[in-house]
Design a protein around this ligand. Structure first.
Ligand SMILES: Cc1cc2nc3c(=O)[nH]c(=O)nc-3n(C[C@H](O)[C@H](O)[C@H](O)COP(=O)(O)O)c2cc1C
Length: 166
């Protein structure tokens, strides 16, 4: 007997979201700083490491997102993986993409904004993009990484935030 009692066609967006929403993920703000415009950040959970040698990582961005053109123009991105106390940061960058001066950031090799209080960071040079239906897959060469050992991850599951049990 199967425990799976909600079997639906995948073209039902609510069912698609409910099924994939049961894949618990971390949360990241992906940032870039194209020349001549304000640096931006977008909350995403569609990131993955791709390859160790060479070091590659990817994320998916809605092809209608205003920010897409900025990432293509910048030619770089930083994946700022959020710590458990940063749900407010996730909510902020899901709505407003401009990085305020009050947010503590620095830049590393690629030039993309690095959040100083993130849990971990991957600084990337944009290598390629691929069509993925209504999203675009952005693949980057990871040039530098950094991480903290004194905090846990912000978790996203079923449309809500959580953290790991101690
Ligand atoms: C936890 C979380 C994860 C998200 N993941 C993605 C993602 O992987 N890709 C994406 O395009 N948008 C994702 N979004 C939505 C974006 O943050 C953002 O709201 C959306 O791109 C709207 O952009 P707009 O300002 O151009 O309308 C996520 C939002 C949240 C809260």
């Amino acid at each position: 007997m199967s425990f799976i009692d909600n079997r639906r066609n995948a073209d039902d967006p609510a069912a698609f979201k409910a099924a994939f929403g049961r894949f618990a993920t971390g949360v990241s703000v992906v940032t870039c700083a194209p020349e001549g415009v304000e640096p931006i950040g977008v909350t995403i959970n569609s990131l993955s490491s791709v390859s160790l040698d060479p070091a590659l990582a990817m994320f998916c961005l809605d092809d209608r997102a205003v920010a897409l053109a900025q990432f293509l123009r910048a030619g770089h991105f930083a994946l700022n993986i959020l710590a458990e106390e940063q749900a407010d940061v996730s909510n902020r960058y899901a709505g407003d993409h401009v990085i305020p001066e009050s947010d503590p950031t620095e830049t590393w090799e690629s030039g993309a904004p690095i959040f100083r209080n993130a849990l971990s960071v991957a600084d990337c040079i944009l290598l390629d993009t691929y069509g993925g239906g209504d999203h675009v897959i952005l693949l980057g060469r990871v040039v530098q990484v950094g991480y903290r050992e004194d905090a846990g991850p912000l978790i996203y599951y079923g449309g809500s935030y959580g953290k790991l049990a101690p």
